[in-house]
Ligand binder design. Sequence first.
Ligand SMILES: Cc1cc2nc3c(=O)[nH]c(=O)nc-3n(C[C@H](O)[C@H](O)[C@H](O)COP(=O)(O)O)c2cc1C
Length: 181
Amino acid sequence: MDNAVLKALRSRRSIRRFKPGQISDAELQAVLEAGTWAPTAHGLQDPWIVAVQKPELKERISKLNASVWGREDFDPFYGAPTYVLVFASRPEKTLNGVPDGSLVLGNMMLAAHSIGLGSCWINREREMFETPDGKALMAELGLPEELQSGLMGVGALALGYPAHEAPAPKPRKEAYWRVIK
Ligand SMILES: Cc1cc2nc3c(=O)[nH]c(=O)nc-3n(C[C@H](O)[C@H](O)[C@H](O)COP(=O)(O)O)c2cc1C
């Protein structure tokens, strides 16, 4: 079988170099809205999505991510013009924060690809937002104040216009699935 969605699933690749221009507001909105259509446990729409385009804030996010990683010489967001951070409830409240947030990120990556944008999942948000600097940063992201202490970082996207061709994908591993009838 084949259709536009299946083609997009196969052809999306992580993009790690971006053209310098900012994406349009309409493109950003399409990506963010796609995130909101992800399924969530009990339909609670627990995750929160924060897109960051402000250079000063992006720099702090990159630096904090790099320092948590122990690679201060490197921009973990690959110079992307837009960062998208996803937060969800901590395990003390629900064990669904990571799956919920991951599906939001997955929807956004696929949506980005479908409209010609490039994206890459950037890790370490959980660790970043556990640090005092991360907590201070979180307070500047416009999240509801009363919820902030109950939230954790799930993941982030580097987002922008791709500056390289999609790399050839690794072949899918042998016997990735089985069907028991
Ligand atoms: C949970 C998760 C964490 C990831 N973290 C990073 C990361 O920190 N930096 C990065 O460059 N890529 C990261 N990636 C992207 C993977 O390396 C990439 O999806 C994988 O190599 C497959 O390539 P593809 O996305 O092009 O199919 C992450 C992907 C996932 C799902």
